[in-house]
Design a protein around this ligand. Structure first.
Ligand code: SER
Length: 320
């Protein structure tokens, strides 16, 4: 029986992971927790929710005990560009939430899922077809937290037998909740601007290739990895996963297949460009495919079609 706590439920992934897991495990078995109470309202219709600052270990522990949680999804993080604005805060939040999650999991014997990221790689990493096990020397505080988090999560597995698992997510594209403060956010913003204004000013240069994934595949990755047979897992923290790799021009061309008058120009953000340049162009995710059957459903064409359809729907209803 799964009793799941999703910490950071109000964020980009959490907002959709709550509904997704409630459909699988039942509404009352998935508890949505977030620091911002206003983000919890939408989860209160079909299950429990709790206001929680993940840095408050005492309250976090009390919630895990009260709901008899056996699986924690720790989704709390400041993303890469926000992290560069306040590195000490990024370290405090990203590592503090993980430390609490792991320690509480150790005491209450919970499994823990924490997303790592393409941001865990750095300029010395082979950029194309980046292997699962390779050089990891990130140059952002976000990446430093992600590598440290991978190592700490593996430590809890080896030292205490805690069932920690993780994927290195690429940029996640979704229409429900916007991401915030990431380097890959352009690949979401572009859709809103294409629908509303038929024009987007991109902050990354043409030719900046990055891995990306559509949200339905990201949700599938979270649950499939946590459901995977542990005896098949050679790796744990963390698996390369990807679904597509493109640069801004390729994405704009794909959008133009549906909105021919769409125009894109550029105004480069030097900080985000530097971050993007330090990350891989494309990941090799064969270990995830072999060890737990990772198999994404959406490529660039399928994702673009669905995103435009969903955002046009929101636009026509006056929601954006
Ligand atoms: N989407 C994240 C970011 O851009 C990467 O994991 O920061």
């Amino acid at each position: 029986m799964k009793r799941i706590l999703i910490v950071g439920a109000g964020g980009q992934i959490g907002s959709e992971l709550v509904d997704y897991t409630r459909k699988i495990y039942g509404g009352n078995n998935v508890i949505a927790a977030d620091l911002d109470e206003s983000k919890l309202t939408k989860f209160q219709i079909d299950g429990p929710s709790e206001k929680l600052d993940a840095l408050d270990g005492e309250k976090y522990h009390e919630i895990v005990k009260r709901y008899k949680i056996d699986t924690i999804y720790n989704l709390v993080a400041l993303l890469s560009a926000t992290g560069e604005k306040n590195p000490t805060l990024a370290w405090k939040i990203n590592m503090g939430a993980l430390e609490n999650s792991l320690e509480i999991a150790r005491q209450e014997n919970c499994a823990v899922f924490t997303p790592s990221s393409i941001g865990a790689f750095g300029p010395n990493t082979p950029a194309d077809n980046t292997p699962q096990d390779t050089i990891m020397q990130p140059t952002t505080i976000y990446g430093v937290c992600k590598v440290s988090g991978e190592l700490l999560s593996n430590y809890y597995y080896y030292r205490f037998g805690i069932d920690t698992r993780s994927v290195r997510f690429p940029g996640i594209i979704s229409y429900a909740t916007p991401p915030g403060g990431g380097t890959t956010d352009y690949a979401v913003e572009i859709f809103y601007e294409a629908v509303k204004n038929k024009h987007y000013t991109c902050y990354l240069k043409p030719g900046t290739f990055l891995d990306m994934m559509y949200m339905p595949d990201a949700l599938k990755a979270c649950v499939e990895l946590m459901e995977a047979d542990p005896s098949k897992l050679i790796h744990r923290n963390s698996f390369n996963v990807t679904a597509m790799s493109f640069d801004p021009e390729m994405l704009a061309d794909e959008i133009r297949k549906h909105i021919p008058e769409f125009k894109m120009d550029y105004n480069i953000d030097p900080i985000k460009q530097k971050i993007a340049d330090s990350w891989p162009n494309s990941l090799d995710d064969s270990c995830a495919r072999n060890e737990w059957g990772w198999n994404p459903q959406y490529n660039l064409a399928a994702m673009t079609m669905d995103m435009l359809e969903k955002i046009e729907e929101k636009y026509n209803k006056g929601l954006i």
